[in-house]
Design a protein around this ligand. Structure first.
Ligand code: ATP
Ligand code: MG
Length: 371
């Protein structure tokens, strides 16, 4: 276990056990007493809509005196059976406190215009109250959308916050305006000396990769039959063009703030890699293949770790098995076999993914039984 991650988890578990509270905002911003909000149930006439699918929280859309609110209530027991899942509500209240400070700071405020404001949050009561955001889960891409997501995620990184879960359920689009509102898996780090909230051990994870892994490549896989390969590549080109610009700006910021050499070097190496990919259709297709495979592999691990497998997990597994059968040499040479997959033969990898598929099917089944 990564020591940096372990220390953060221990601090959060200790905070939870301590009985201390964390409150964000003012009671006066609440349209009802916080205790009343904490006790609201789906039967309340104030509840206009509910999102019950969350693993650590329940979300209600409320209408009170002509205004609409989003109330997130902590579940008594998280359905994700790992530490990060169990502490994700606390983590979100901690991040809401960070954003309340950043959004009140003129130096940062403008860069967080895609982050939902927090009206009030109380960890011990188990509530987070935000304005209701009109719109729908993000289900299309263009350059302006890529830009808003990457600029916001990189602004978070510069403020020392790494967002791990940029999944479709955590991004809303309102007429071209993007909103981020779920910070259960966003962790602090030092952007000047660390790659991300795992410290210096896993440079693989960063804003653009997180968006590609949790969202973009899964979305493309789901829309495989409707989106022909050239269209998928055109979207990838647009995403990487934006990423080059945003990461170049990040590089300048790192330079201005005297960031460590490995961190600066790593960002410039990403930019160079993407610029090379953008230089020809062949290079772009090569990078697409490697990063698509990387993202499906990483997301499978995420689902297995959280025991939160879905039909999409099985689809990702089928995709990875197909790639391993047909493109093993290209993937091995391109550096797409990392962590547990590094150094394994094609046969060993196929056996390993066969086993992962059986596990995913089992988790899917037990999830269905819980309903
Ligand atoms: N401020 C908001 N405005 C509009 N809709 C929201 C807002 N906050 C959340 N939602 C809706 O509620 C859904 C669930 O919210 P959120 O992602 O915060 O919790 P969750 O993912 O269910 O919880 P968990 O962290 O337990 O998985 C979102 O996918 C979104 O559709
Ligand atoms: Mg969510």
């Amino acid at each position: 276990m990564n020591a940096r991650v372990h220390a953060r988890q221990q601090a959060q578990l200790a905070f939870d056990a301590s009985g201390q509270n964390l409150i964000v905002g003012e009671r006066s911003q609440c349209p009802l007493a916080p205790e009343v909000l904490a006790a609201l149930t789906a039967e309340s006439p104030l509840v206009v809509q509910q999102f019950g699918g969350g693993l650590t929280a329940r979300v209600f859309r409320l209408a009170i005196n002509g205004r609409e609110y989003t109330l997130k209530q902590k579940r008594a027991e998280a359905l994700v059976r790992n530490v990060d899942g169990q502490t994700s509500f606390l983590n979100e209240v901690q991040r809401r406190a960070d954003f309340a400070r950043l959004q009140a700071d003129p130096v940062w405020a403008e860069r967080f215009s895609h982050i939902v404001p927090t009206l009030y949050a109380d960890y011990r009561l188990g509530i987070i109250l935000s304005p209701w955001l009109p719109g729908a889960p993000l289900d299309r891409f263009d350059e302006a959308i890529f830009r808003q997501i990457l600029e916001t995620a990189v602004a978070c990184e510069e403020a020392g916050l790494m967002e791990w879960d940029l999944c479709p359920g955590n991004i809303l689009e309102d007429n071209g305006h993007i909103w981020l509102f779920d910070f259960g898996y966003m962790y602090p780090f030092d952007p000047l000396t660390e790659y991300n909230s795992n410290g210096l051990s896993d440079p693989l994870f960063h804003a653009c990769e997180r968006f590609e892994t949790r969202h973009f490549f899964g979305w493309l896989l789901q829309h495989e039959s409707a989106i022909p390969a050239p269209q998928a590549l055109a979207l990838f080109r647009s995403l990487k063009s934006v990423a080059v610009e945003v990461y170049q700006q990040k590089w300048h910021w790192l330079q201005q703030h005297a960031a460590s050499q490995p961190v600066c070097q790593w960002v410039s190496s990403q930019v160079a890699r993407w610029q090379h990919a953008l230089s020809s259709d062949t290079a772009l297709a090569e990078l697409f293949e490697l990063e698509n495979f990387r993202s499906q592999v990483l997301d499978i691990e995420d689902d297995l770790h959280g025991k939160s497998c879905t039909a999409l997990t099985l689809r990702r597994l089928a995709f990875v098995e197909r790639c391993l059968q047909q493109r093993f040499d290209v993937l091995a040479q391109g550096g797409a076999l990392f962590y547990d997959n590094a150094g394994k033969s094609q046969e060993q990898l196929l056996a390993s993914y066969h086993h992962k598929r059986a596990l995913a099917e089992q988790y899917l089944l037990s999830a269905a039984e819980r309903l």
